[in-house]
Design a protein around this ligand. Structure first.
Ligand SMILES: [Zn+2]
Length: 255
């Protein structure tokens, strides 16, 4: 089986030896494509270095709502320059109404600026959204960006059709393995087959005890196939095709 890990932070593996090991395991597991996202100017260069070294990694660059303070004057210009320099996604960007959030107005202005940049450059956007789903939908409707994905989708199943209509993809991580996450499983079941993605968020992850690295995508796809009642081969192939479609003609993979 071949897999696509739609969201991770490979730049956070320290020391680099750990990343090399994780990438070897991912290759052995059949991981064909990965999207590695930065979260602030302090890790953008590291993300680009990872993507330069591993050709099946597509970089994402953005200022995450948790790290707005790290956006020193000029950050948006720096971001645009880097995005233009290499095929890349915009992200991880978004809105967070949870405890890690800073001021909503500042969040929205940073998010809007980056979402508009994605549209201008014709790049897909990797989105983070926590407890801000209503506002997120309003923004998506009014901005109409290109393709976008919600990493670790945590919104209601009922909102899936509206986001789908505007180009949304939905990525699910290890949390779907938790049988107590009923709402999450319902959301997974509601996503159209051609918008479904999976992710490990390596090296961290949101499911308790989940530390599989990008190779762990195989177990996540396995869990999804059980929930969806379809063969794992089918779900793996589908999500790989969706990942490639999301990236469009930017795919850096050579094999
Ligand atoms: Zn992330």
């Amino acid at each position: 089986m071949k897999f696509f890990d739609a969201h991770n932070h490979l730049q956070d593996y320290r020391p680099e030896k750990k990343l090399a090991k994780a990438m070897l395991a991912a290759e052995a597991a059949g991981v064909e494509g990965l999207i590695c996202c930065g979260t602030s100017p302090s890790d953008w260069d590291d993300v680009l270095a990872v993507a330069a070294k591993y050709k099946n990694v597509t970089p994402g660059l953005g200022l995450h709502p948790w790290f707005l303070k790290e956006g020193a004057p000029g950050w948006l210009e720096k971001l645009e320059g880097l995005l233009r320099s290499v095929p890349s996604c915009v992200g991880e960007i978004g809105l967070d109404g949870g405890q890690n959030a800073t001021g909503q107005a500042r969040q929205e202005s940073a998010f809007l600026a980056q979402l508009r940049l994605a549209k201008t450059l014709g790049r897909p956007a990797c989105l983070h959204c926590v407890k801000a789903w209503g506002r997120m939908l309003e923004i998506i409707k009014s901005e109409q960006p290109g393709p976008f994905m919600f990493h670790s989708y945590g919104g209601p199943a009922e909102m899936v059709p509206a986001f789908t209509e505007f180009g949304g993809y939905f990525s699910f991580g290890g949390a779907i393995m938790d049988p107590k996450r009923e709402k999450l499983r319902r959301a997974l079941l509601s996503v159209p087959a051609d918008r479904l993605l999976f992710e490990t968020e390596a090296p961290d992850a949101d499911a308790p005890g989940w530390r599989g690295g990008p190779a762990g995508i195989a177990a996540i796809v396995g869990a999804a196939s059980a929930i969806l009642g379809k063969p794992a081969e089918e779900i793996a192939a589908l999500s790989l095709a969706n990942g490639n479609k999301f990236l469009g003609d930017m795919i850096t993979r050579t094999a």
